[in-house]
Design a binder for this molecule. Structure first.
Ligand code: SAM
Length: 285
């Protein structure tokens, strides 16, 4: 392996330290520098695996400022690895700006794949995995969260959502409000750790189980939510089209088509393109 001029994006465990791959260990041993989201957090993992630490901090607050220095270091023929506190960097974690800047600077970026809470939760969810969407963390306030959830509730594929212990009950509550308590889901908590818990059920049951036991409100969570069954998705499409047509019928006589479509898109929680295409169709264009 020639590691010169290379930035390795290295996945680290999401709980169980022994989930660090053999190749991840080799790369972390060999590189000149390891950029870590929180050096104090990563040190015990590296020590556990006997990896000599050459840690430099790189987190969301200094990523932009540090990028030029990292590129200079790599351009000089050195190698580096990027790790975060847990799992795969860039997945709801720092690294995107650095990777993009490296690519633009012609520096080779190479993955060392491994643990990721998205795939860990999805593969044990018992929900369809042929099509899924990862949407990261929901907004922290309930009103914004409900607006954010609304278009997601119409999708026919599986959704993967991250959540923190502070908001797990409120988020499940909003999920029940927007998706309905009958939507099938799996709650994956503390995966690969001592208190790993997986609850399969409907949103309403999962909410009740978590509300009833404060231990279930601790730790790290992934919510895997079933998409609308195809028939229901189709019914929702019809309903949205009816709502969109009604909205456009009011707006189009008074506004330019682009403005009417933009307003309708916002009112019906759909994309501007969908609304614009429909507006043109209604106008017979
Ligand atoms: N980059 C990480 C990855 O690849 O999964 C995710 C980092 S993000 C800042 C942290 C979130 O990931 C947590 O709030 C939780 O939603 C999820 N997560 C991480 N580890 C987990 C675990 N062991 N069990 C369940 N969820 C976990």
């Amino acid at each position: 392996m020639s590691s010169e001029h290379t930035l390795y994006i290295v996945a680290t465990p999401i709980g169980n330290r022994d989930d660090l791959s053999v190749r991840a260990m080799q790369v972390l041993q060999q590189v000149d520098r390891i950029y870590a989201e929180d050096t104090r957090h990563s040190l015990p993992l590296l020590r556990h695996h006997g990896i000599e630490s050459r840690l430099w901090p790189l987190h969301e607050h200094n990523e932009e400022a540090r990028t030029a220095a990292v590129i200079e270091h790599l351009s000089g023929g050195s190698s580096a690895a990027l790790i975060t506190d847990a799992g795969t960097p860039l997945i709801s974690d720092p690294g995107f700006k650095l990777v993009r800047a490296c690519q633009r600077a012609g520096i080779h970026v190479s993955p060392v794949p491994g643990p990721c809470a998205v795939t860990a939760a999805l593969c044990i969810s018992g929900l369809p995995t042929d099509r899924f969407q990862f949407v990261g963390f929901p907004p922290s306030r309930s009103a914004a969260r409900q607006v954010w959830l609304q278009p997601l509730a119409q999708l026919s594929h599986t959704l993967v959502i991250y959540e923190t212990p502070h908001r797990i009950v409120e988020s499940l509550f909003d999920l029940a409000q927007v998706f309905g308590p009958e939507r099938p889901m799996t709650l994956a908590r503390e995966l690969t750790k001592r208190f790993e818990t997986v609850i399969h059920g409907h949103v309403g049951d999962v909410l009740a189980a978590v509300q009833a036991d404060s231990n279930q409100q601790r730790g790290e969570f992934v919510l895997v939510v079933a998409g609308l069954p195809m028939a229901a998705a189709a019914a929702a499409d019809v309903q949205i089209t009816v709502e969109l047509d009604r909205t456009l019928a009011v707006l189009l006589p008074h506004l330019p088509v682009k403005t009417a479509a933009r307003c309708a898109a916002e009112l019906c929680s759909i994309t501007k393109k969908q609304a614009y295409d429909r507006a043109l169709k209604l106008q017979g264009r």
